[in-house]
Every structure is written in C-alpha cells, then in structure tokens.
Write a protein that binds this ligand. Structure first.
Ligand code: DP6
Length: 370
C-alpha cells in the first residue's frame, strides 16, 4: 500500500491534576492527544455514495497546507459518553450532536471507545464561515485522535500502514472526503485501475507525481462565505435519481486514468482541462438533480470568465475548480505566483466577498502535536 511518512511526535503527558475536571470527583485522570489535519480539494470529484459511505466513483485530490483543523481529544475510563465538546472555543449544539452521533457509531470500529469518556475540542486555522469546507480537515483530525487512543491502548500500531488505513476508514465514516486528508500532496480514494492498491475503504497516497504538481498553489476566492443551502450529504443522496448519474460515474472513472498519467508526466494542459471539466460537471449534476439546485453565484461565473480570459491571453496554466459551493479554487504553478497574484489583485478580488482570498498550496498532510 502506498503510504507517506508521518510526522510522528511525542504524545502529550496526561493533563496536570489541577486542570483535570475529573480529579476532584476521584475519577480516573484524563489523557489527551492532539492532531492537526488539513482540508483538501478534489480535482476528480466524489459525488454520489452508497452503503457505509462508499463512493460511487474514485476521486483524486490535492491536500492543502494552511487550511487545517486542530483537534484535541481527552479521554479517561468511562462508559462511552462525550462529556464535553467545543468548536472554536465555544459549545456548538449542532456540531456536538453530529460528533456525538459519529463517536457512538465508531464504537463498532474501535471497541475500546465504549469504555471511555471523551471530551473533544476543535478549532480551524482558517476563519469560521470562510467558505472552506471543514468536514474533511475536522473529521480526519478527529479520526486520527481516535486511532491514536486505540494505539496507546495497544489495539493499533502507533504508525505505519495499518494505523493509516484504519485512520482512513474511520475518517471516511465521518465524511467521505476526509479520508483523502491523511497524507499529501496527492491522494486518491476509491477503487480504480489507475492506481494499484486503490480501494473504496480508504484513500492512498499518489506516489508518482511530477515536481511541478507537488508545489501547486491554490488561491481560494471567497465569493460567499455563508452556509450552503444544500449540504454535501444531501447532494450525494440526490445522485440516486439523477438521470445523468451513470454517465457521470463513467466520466470520473475515465478521468482518473487520465489524471494518473497527467500527474506522472507533468502534463499541465490536461490537468487544466480535467480540473475545469470536473468542476463544471459537479455543478451541472446539482442543476440537473431532482429537485434542481444551484450553488454557484453570479460572481462565480464572472470569475470563471476572467480566469479563462487570462489563460487565453497569457498561456499561463492557471485553472479553477469548485467544491460544493460558490467559491473558486484557483490552481496554478509556483512559477506563476507573481503574475497570478497580480491577476487576483487587479481583476478577481473585486468579485470576492469583502475582497477575501485565502492563499494555500499543496501540503504534506496531518501532524501530531506534542
Ligand atoms: C463536492 O465528503 O463533504 O467536495 O461524505 O457526505 O461528508 P460526505 O460528503 P463530503 O463530499 C465532498 C463533495 C465534494 C467533492 C469531493 O471532495 O470529492
């Protein structure tokens, strides 16, 4: 199995007695583990699933560097309860319910969780409501914490292929795209002839990538940072009745083969073509779902026109992709940084909400925090 090096660092010491909420009641002391995990942006999209979060087609993504979630899980012997949950330093009932529900389900994957009480604290390095999907970074960070807890009890190795594949599976069960955040800069999830050892169960690291694609830049142009009207989970479900679904899955499978060759050969023109075709197809599927929905905004289309105009004028291989929202991810080589920053400042920023742009780039994956 293709697996990348993990930044393995020391586990934190158990919390000092004075700060342990259980200490005064005589409960077992808490231990804690912290992971920081990045978001990712798919170039070949996962859209449509079945069974236990299994993808209808393989997908491929670029792991980001700056857009990360840091999650700490504190645990002690108990009865499988979530004692506390904080997101960005605050209690969040919605989010707590989702995480609580997920932790309950994970007791089947990691049986030791049934005998532990947990407290979860999570925060994003990117601003809340920035339009960046936090489920990939958030669920992968949480999955890594849970697997580290299992490892500390001797139920998993501390690192290596087994740890990674289990963490990938646990992350996938939280959010499909989260399993692609466990390494970088390129990850693939879902069975495909394009990559040996690929599986629907978890994502694997793409080994053979040309140098120019290992340092790809991603400027995220924030058109609208408000919560999406339709969640990804609902969007996936609507693929069940989409008349174009069979053609879509076929296209994605074909593009995986093309992308594997593209990444290997450094074929920038083909990467541009596939990235934009996938973005447009994803949103076309939303528009042709029953009922139809549109997540693009007028400003998204204006940005697309300008990006294509710039590319035609300059032959600089800058292209866009989109996730399930209106914000444009502008992908470009490191060598074009200066010219693309000028394009953003001169032509693109006026279409962004409050001029917001997040500069990110290809990243290496999660880090365990000591
Ligand atoms: C359009 O992984 O967020 O970003 O599995 O229901 O949590 P769930 O969905 P999610 O879907 C991501 C959809 C996408 C494409 C992609 O990332 O591949």
């Amino acid at each position: 199995m293709a697996i990348c090096e993990l930044c393995l660092v020391q586990e934190k010491q158990p919390t000092q007695p004075g700060t342990d909420p259980g200490a005064s009641s005589g409960a077992a002391p808490f231990r804690e583990v912290t992971w920081e995990s990045p978001s990712n942006i798919a170039l070949v999209k996962y859209w449509g699933k079945h069974g236990l979060q299994l993808p209808r087609n393989p997908s491929l993504s670029l792991t980001l560097d700056q857009s990360r979630t840091r999650t700490t899980v504190r645990w002690r012997k108990g009865t499988g309860r979530m004692l506390d949950f904080k997101a960005g330093g605050e209690a969040s009932a919605d989010f707590a319910a989702r995480v609580g529900n997920y932790l309950g389900k994970m007791q089947q994957e990691l049986p030791l969780l049934a005998d532990l009480d947990l407290a979860v604290e999570t925060s994003n390095t990117f601003p809340h409501s920035s339009g960046i999907a936090s489920s990939a970074s958030g669920m992968s960070a949480l999955a890594l914490c849970l697997c580290s807890i299992a490892a500390s009890a001797g139920e998993l190795p501390e690192d290596g292929p087994l740890f990674r594949s289990k963490a990938g599976r646990v992350a996938r069960l939280g959010s499909g795209s989260a399993c692609r955040s466990l390494c970088g800069p390129w990850m693939t999830w879902g069975q495909t002839e394009a990559f040996d050892d690929s599986t629907d169960d978890y994502a694997i690291f793409v080994e053979d990538v040309a140098p120019e694609f290992q340092t790809l830049r991603d400027a995220i142009l924030i058109v609208d940072a408000s919560r999406k009207s339709i969640s990804s989970t609902v969007g996936h479900a609507m693929m069940m009745d989409n008349p174009f679904a069979p053609a879509r899955y076929e296209n994605a499978r074909r593009r995986m083969l093309e992308m594997a060759a593209t990444l290997r050969n450094g074929d920038t023109a083909l990467l541009v073509e596939i990235a934009e075709a996938e973005a447009m197809e994803l949103h076309a599927l939303m528009m042709t779902s029953v009922p139809s929905f549109i997540l693009l905004k007028p400003a998204t289309l204006s940005l697309i026109e300008r990006v294509r105009g710039f590319r035609n004028r300059t032959s600089i291989p800058v292209c866009f992709t989109l996730d399930a929202g209106p914000n444009l991810h502008l992908l470009y080589p490191e060598s074009a940084e200066e010219k693309v920053r000028a394009l953003i400042a001169d032509e693109l920023q006026p279409f962004c909400a409050e001029g917001r742009v997040i500069y990110d780039q290809a990243g290496e994956g999660p880090t365990r925090i000591a």
